[in-house]
Design a protein around this ligand. Structure first.
Ligand code: AMP
Ligand code: TRP
Length: 334
């Protein structure tokens, strides 16, 4: 059985929806933070594919996205020796635990979830899974007795629900779950859109020129950076309020090279925007091409299947034990 390093004692768990495209913003703002955290925590990372199907999905695309996302995370530096990375639907105990929890979750409490209210108000034809989704998320979390759940602020309410569900269950049936703490991840460096640098770079941006995706080819990455909106000062200076375009490019370089903004300003004193953009394009393509090289080595490898099969086994064992304990506590046995 795979073991975490003895040095780390506290554990975390993160679920990522397989939405298909990872942007430079996701990489700099979120994935690099996860890579840093893997040395401090025992970490479970899973592709939340059963959460993804709460809204309609194309099965062929979904399948591709799931595998591709695991490969991309590994290519970005998530180390399979330090993390247990797995696919949620490969572990049937998440859904089993979720059902037992659903039968212990008041309807009213679920009705108060703001994400549900928001999503259901936009489309009247939604499915029951969209409503019960936070209970599945509670099952994901509670199955592993983790200490912390790192999430963005939009998921805080769901983690609090998981805590409530766990506390209520423990009170009713006796000690069963560890109560996890929510760990609000600090906004990492915010990367803004290359066309409209006052907006966050987003997967769902209308203009593809503003967004760099980790699987974009080199020529189009360079083209997008060379075409990035700047200003007419001809001054390479970090000033997000007055010079959002240049400041965004400086931010990207700071995140990828480890240099400070003032080091970059000094390096480019007296140089023009074209020269600076060429440098940014070199920095970004070097990083992304490295990721892509690893991605292509991993995506069709037996190694990827081996990691996923092994981690499905490991996590099934843990979640099964929790499920059996819950069943027993609830009187579901012969
Ligand atoms: P999303 O793509 O909105 O599902 O976000 C996934 C993760 O990536 C979250 O932790 C976001 O905060 C982070 N993220 C998304 N876009 C950016 C961006 N443009 N700059 C920095 N972080 C981002
Ligand atoms: N709901 C989360 C999102 O949409 C993904 C997720 C599913 C998750 N299960 C989780 C996050 C458990 C943290 C812990 O981003």
């Amino acid at each position: 059985m795979k073991e975490f390093s003895e040095k780390v004692t506290k554990s975390i768990l993160t679920g990522i929806q397989p939405s298909g495209v990872i942007t430079l913003g996701n990489y700099i703002g979120a994935i690099k933070q996860m890579v840093r955290m893997q040395d401090e925590f025992k970490s479970y990372i899973f592709i939340a594919d059963m959460h993804a199907i709460t809204v309609p999905q194309d099965p062929v695309k979904l399948h591709e996205n799931i595998r591709s996302l695991v490969a991309l995370y590994l290519a970005c530096g998530i180390d399979p020796d330090k993390n247990i990375i797995f696919i949620q639907s490969e572990n049937e105990y998440h859904a089993n635990i979720s059902w037992l929890l659903e039968c212990n979750t008041p309807f009213g409490e679920l009705s108060r979830m703001t994400q549900f209210k928001d999503k259901s108000s936009k489309n009247v034809n939604f499915y029951a899974g969209l409503f019960t989704y936070p209970v599945l998320m509670a099952a994901d979390i509670l199955a592993y007795d983790v200490d912390y759940v790192p999430v963005g602020i939009d998921q805080k309410q769901h983690v609090e629900l998981a805590r409530n569900i766990a506390e209520r269950f423990n009170k009713k049936y006796g000690d069963t779950f560890k109560i996890p703490d929510v760990y609000i991840t600090k906004e990492g460096t915010k990367v803004t859109d290359l066309v409209d640098p006052t907006k966050k770079m987003s997967k769902s941006s209308e203009n593809p020129k503003g967004t760099i995706r980790l699987l974009d080819d080199e020529a189009s990455i360079r083209k997008k950076i060379m075409g990035a909106t700047t200003d007419s000062d001809c001054l390479i200076k970090y000033d997000p309020d007055n010079k959002p375009g240049i400041s965004n490019l400086i931010n990207i370089c700071v995140a990828l090279t480890g240099k400070t903004a003032s080091e970059i300003e000094q390096e480019f004193t007296g140089k023009n925007y074209g020269e600076f953009k060429k440098y940014v394009a070199d920095v970004v393509t070097e990083e992304i091409l490295g990721i892509q090289k690893r991605y292509h080595e991993i995506i069709n490898s037996d190694e990827l299947d081996k990691i996923l099969d092994e981690n499905a086994c490991v996590t099934r064992e843990i979640a099964k034990n929790k499920f059996m304990l819950m069943k027993h506590k609830m009187g579901l046995y012969k």
